[in-house]
Design a protein around this ligand. Structure first.
Ligand code: ARG
Length: 458
């Protein structure tokens, strides 16, 4: 009489409001592909074990193929009355193939079914994201290579600190996104376990072969406790944590891009296709993409907290609360995927302005540390060298000049150890080239790092 798969137990239908409130089909139908894949693997195992007939399995395959093409062509009719993606597909299967469709759910529950679907969906999402992280890293490595010798000021506390190369700066992000890729790969290991077979919570009375289903679906192993298999979503939380870190790195980079593109700084330009104008100020070109990415980081962070909060109060085993895992999870996948794709493209649309970077590096006594190091190499203890240079900087500050504007005699007033060779030490090129060890900013090291990363990504 009624549409619900469990309706015989009930004496009245649920209200329309409750239907709408409890239904997930309009967002979980994006897992349809995973749901069908999981059902086919389950049915194959049921047939192999003699729990259903080979004839039933053949019918299920035929019906699922039809459903797949209906979904692909947009003809499949998703019904709110059927609550979620699982019941919608099962109902249509039964319409198409009759009793074989009704036998599919033998030894299975939506609880282990949905957990399996999420894992299949996430595994694919992680593979996409890993590919995009790789592409972004390649784009940044290219930018680093073109700018292995480009000098800009490095900052601490947003104050000019020491000269660095733009290539080195880009490679810092390459490292961050590399760790993000590692985290995704690590998270994938724990996702790649099969919940099916856990059934509702305790397992099933049928002689199932879980390892067989795991193999069919490409899982490394089965989940070893049925209660845990249907109820925990720690893998989704872990993914969101990794995603939040991806976005955090994107956001830090965005902040820099916005600052660098400000006319007051003018270190870079971003291709027009990533910027927008103003409806009132005709002169404006705004870095909307990095700004929006910085903003979207907030929603991904929010999803992480949302999922942690969703999980924290749930007793074992499955609770309907878990249906709330999907929208944050899907939105995280969408946000990270789109953001990475756009950033790889945008990295290729960045124009570097070396003159502006250089001019900025020449202000702020960026090579003061080099002068101190120079004195140390001549035998002065570092703390004394630091003090001597601080006095020199103070004089320059008062006169409004640079360290290189002092004459040799003037400099020797701060330390008699200073000789004519000091001037090469004070140049920007000399400063960066001198930091020539693994992890240092020297152009030679930047090139070596690029070779290393390229080999890793090959
Ligand atoms: N739509 C549900 C979810 O997303 C599927 C599992 C429902 N199971 C149940 N017994 N109500 O979690």
């Amino acid at each position: 009489k009624k549409g619900e798969a469990w309706s015989a137990r009930f004496s009245e239908p649920v209200s329309d409001l409750v239907k709408r409130y409890t239904a997930s089909v309009f967002f979980d139908n994006r897992m349809a592909g995973a749901d069908i894949q999981g059902s086919l693997a389950h049915a194959e195992m049921l047939a192999h074990q003699g729990i259903i007939s080979q004839q039933d399995y053949a019918e299920i395959q035929r019906g699922m193929a039809q459903i797949q093409s209906e979904i692909a062509s947009g003809q499949f009719e998703w019904l709110l009355d059927l609550e979620d993606v699982h019941l919608n597909i099962e109902k249509r299967l039964t319409e198409l193939v009759g009793d074989a469709g009704k036998r599919l759910h033998t030894g299975r529950s939506r609880n282990d079914q949905v957990a399996t679907d999420i894992r299949l969906y996430m595994r694919a999402a992680i593979d996409d994201i890993s590919g995009l992280l790789r592409d972004l890293r390649l784009a940044l490595v290219d930018l680093a290579e073109k700018n292995a010798d480009t000098i800009l000021p490095g900052f601490t506390h947003m104050q000019v600190a020491q000269p660095i190369t733009f290539g080195h700066h880009m490679l810092a992000y390459v490292e961050m996104f590399g760790r993000d890729a590692e985290r995704m790969a690590d998270c994938r290991k724990r996702i790649n376990r099969l919940p099916l077979g856990a059934a509702a919570l305790a397992g099933t009375t049928f002689p199932i072969d879980r390892q067989r289903v795991a193999r069919t679906l490409g899982f490394d192993d089965v989940c070893h406790n049925s209660l845990d298999a249907v109820s925990d979503r720690d893998f989704a939380i872990e993914f969101c944590a990794a995603a939040a870190l991806v976005m955090t790195h994107i956001s830090r980079m965005s902040e820099e891009l916005v600052i660098w593109m400000s006319p007051r700084v003018g270190f870079i330009d971003i291709a027009d296709r990533f910027c927008t104008g103003s409806s009132i100020m005709p002169q404006k070109k705004n870095p909307d993409v990095p700004e929006l990415a910085r903003g979207k980081t907030g929603r991904v962070n929010g999803h992480l907290i949302g999922l942690l909060t969703l999980m924290k109060g749930q007793p074992l085993a499955y609770n309907k609360d878990n249906q709330e895992d999907k929208e944050p999870l899907f939105d995280t996948v969408d946000t990270v995927t789109d953001t990475l794709r756009i950033f790889a493209d945008m990295a290729r649309g960045i124009t570097v302005k070396p003159e502006a970077m250089r001019a900025a590096a020449l202000q702020g006594y960026a090579t003061a540390t080099d002068l101190a190091d120079y004195l140390v190499k001549k035998g002065l203890p570092f703390r004394d060298a630091h003090e001597a240079v601080a006095h020199a900087v103070r004089t320059c500050e008062q006169r409004g000049c640079d360290l290189t504007d002092l004459t040799l005699d003037e400099m020797r007033a701060y330390s008699p150890l200073i000789e004519a060779d000091v001037f090469s030490v004070l140049t920007l090129e000399g400063s960066v080239a001198a930091r020539n060890h693994i992890g240092g900013t020297a152009p030679e090291q930047v090139r070596a790092a690029i070779t290393r990363v390229r080999a890793q990504l090959a």
